[in-house]
Design a protein around this ligand. Structure first.
Ligand code: B12
Length: 569
């Protein structure tokens, strides 16, 4: 069967299986591996919308397939695909290598089939993509592309030039570049659905689980998420999804919110298929106190029994926490103060003090919050190496003061300072030195053999070497502290610490190898490091378990069976 469109998600570095590279802790605080195998949630709404409109679409998570099958022949797989159009995400800049390489392979085997790119990084780099990468025919810009995509598919079917497709950057038959206006920026998000039922449907229809898995370990631990809004009210200095970035690059002047009713509907679908935590992405209070309250009430009204994970952009007051406890059967929370130092936190664009942070955590725990994650970051404006490590000392004080499951995490801002963030656009003003600018430079950088060599920035207080040292020193210290306080077992903590020490050593060894002149020798020495890289990864990866929500998570077979009986498969 010829499909109308196949959406592919590439690994961040296409030939990662052949390379020997120390990617380090770049994905330590998310469910993905360092290959960033998670596809954008928007894949689900795009497939859902296209199918509703009579187009046949499917997802192939190539990154997961490659991770799970070391011998998978990617070129063979691509050559056998039968589609009228291919779509790839370049949402995260971390895919600058993988997405463009896979686009080239598609062209190698399907010369005349159009390739579309979408996502926020391709929006940022749209002109460069259409000017310099012939393997890409179209970029659909913006944070909401379902409708322009449908329109583009109709144009492609009709054989006409897509002059009227909103948000499109394209090349005409004479190779001239066109930039259609970025005018489709919907304020109403309820027309489209982020339906996890689409995953189930695709798995059953194509009898292919791997292709649709949101990330490698999804079946062990299905973590699901719902986008409550597009855009943001905050201006964190290093964030490429800030109010400033959305306004300047993605055409969105103010955030748009999904209605409480729609959010509850989407949660209900998840709840039918998965006994898993549901992460409500974005602080609900961005939409105002009444909006947040009404989302929470609709969760209760729908009778959703999944654990709800709520994100706080700033400490919460009693009223909000009371309402959460009242309406969510089980809940966990997370907040990112980024630094324990209020001055640095302010430079990062977060204007709250530590006393109110602690008050909030304390009260949330009293109200039954099952786990509170607190994230610190390394590579911030105005942050020295000592200050980065000091965030671990603060974490210890925090844990000693509070009771309940409070989990601090510390990780580097990596692999990149976000394009479109205030710090990327005006590095000097925010204390940054931006090492890389163009998409080509980032694509090349991803081929470097260590995360240090990939980093696209330094700060005026930390070189890349210092960022690496601060990272490993802080992570080892955090791990030791969790061991002492009994948060993780002694055995596990020791393996994690050994893994971190090994990763630190390997990162330094790679530096030395990278400085060698003889390319053959370099290659050989890097390959010799492979086993060490694998061992370090296996050990450090154990720490990821701490990200999980308490309790069991899994698939609800009854939901899948109901789906089959209803004949939706
Ligand atoms: C939710 C979120 C996440 C979730 C992702 C859930 C998911 N699977 O989508 C989690 C927490 C897992 C996450 C992880 C990461 N994230 Co994040 N994330 C966000 C956040 C808060 C919201 C994203 C959002 O609103 N998406 C909604 C819209 C924009 O996307 P969408 O609906 O999924 O897709 C639409 C469009 O993007 C487009 N589209 C996407 N793909 C395609 C493909 C085609 C063919 C087409 C036509 C269109 C298209 O159309 C879709 C439908 O309308 C933003 C910050 C912000 N406020 O924006 C950061 C943000 C996007 N993340 C960012 C980063 C850096 C990361 C990580 C790399 C961090 C890390 N080192 O661990 C990882 C990468 C994970 C991976 N791929 O494995 C940066 C990206 C900067 C950049 N330009 O690279 C942002 C901007 C800010 C930040 N620093 O956190 N993230």
């Amino acid at each position: 069967m010829t499909l109308d469109i196949v959406l592919l998600h590439a690994p961040s570095v296409y030939d990662f299986r052949e390379r020997s590279a120390m990617y380090g802790p770049i994905s330590d605080v998310i469910p993905s591996t360092p290959i960033f195998e998670m596809y954008p949630l928007g894949f689900l709404s795009m497939v859902g919308y296209l199918e509703e409109n009579g187009y046949h679409a499917r997802i192939i998570n190539l990154a997961v397939k490659m991770l799970k099958n070391p011998n998978l022949k990617v070129e063979e797989l691509i050559s056998k695909l039968n589609a009228k159009v291919f779509g790839l995400d370049l949402h995260w800049l971390a895919h600058a290598n993988g997405s463009l390489e896979v686009a080239s392979l598609i062209k190698k085997y399907h010369e005349d089939v159009p390739v579309i790119l979408g996502g926020i990084s391709s929006t940022y780099y749209h002109e460069e993509i259409i000017s310099l990468f012939p393997q890409v025919d179209y970029v659909i810009r913006g944070d909401s592309t379902e409708k322009p995509l449908l329109k583009l598919l109709e144009y492609i079917d009709s054989g006409k030039e897509p002059e009227n497709v909103e948000n499109l950057t394209w090349r005409d038959s004479d190779g001239r570049k066109h930039i259609n206006p970025l005018i489709y920026v919907p304020e109403d998000l309820d027309e489209l659905s982020l339906d996890y039922g689409v995953v189930v449907k695709l798995v059953l229809k194509h009898r292919d689980l791997e292709s649709n898995l949101p990330y490698e370990s999804f079946m062990d631990y299905p973590f699901t998420a719902i986008l409550t809004c597009k855009g943001c009210t905050n201006n964190c200095t290093t964030c490429g999804g800030s109010k400033y970035s959305f306004n300047k690059f993605y055409g969105r002047e103010k955030p748009a919110f999904k209605s409480p009713k729609k959010i509850a509907e989407e949660m209900k679908t998840i709840s039918e298929y998965f006994k898993a935590p549901i992460f409500l992405l974005g602080d609900l209070r961005q939409g105002g106190a009444d909006y947040a309250d009404s989302v929470l009430k609709s969760i209760k009204n729908e009778g959703i029994d999944n654990t709800i994970t709520l994100e706080l952009f700033e400490p919460a007051d009693k009223d909000y926490l009371d309402s959460i406890a009242e309406n969510c059967e089980r809940f966990t929370m997370e907040i990112s103060p980024d630094s324990h130092d209020e001055k640095i936190r302010r430079l990062q664009g977060r204007y709250y003090d530590t006393a109110s942070l602690e008050k909030s955590i304390n009260y949330a725990m009293e109200k039954g919050c099952e786990k509170f994650d607190v994230f610190f970051m390394i590579g911030l404006p105005g942050q020295s190496k000592e200050s980065a490590v000091d965030s671990v000392n603060y974490s210890r004080r925090l844990l000693e003061k509070m009771s309940g499951k409070i989990y601090p995490f510390i990780a580097p801002m990596a692999p990149f300072l976000d394009p479109g963030s205030m710090a990327f656009e005006n590095p000097g003003m925010h204390g940054y030195y931006r090492r890389l600018l163009t998409l080509r430079e980032h694509r090349e950088a991803l081929l470097q053999p260590s995360w240090k060599l990939i980093l696209n920035y330094e700060t005026n207080l930390m070189t890349r070497d210092k960022i690496v040292d601060a990272t490993y020193e802080a992570m080892i210290k955090m791990n030791e502290m969790k061991k002492k306080l009994g948060i993780i077992s002694i055995d596990e903590a020791e393996r994690i610490s050994k893994g971190l020490e090994l990763a630190w050593d390997v990162t330094k060894e790679v530096d030395h190898i990278a400085s060698l002149r003889d390319e053959e020798e370099k290659e050989k020495r890097l390959l010799e490091l492979r086993e060490k890289v694998k061992t370090a990864y296996k050990r450090t990866n154990l720490a990821k378990k701490d990200l999980r929500t308490p309790g069991r998570a899994g698939i609800r077979i009854s939901g899948v069976l109901k789906h089959l009986i209803r004949g939706r498969g």
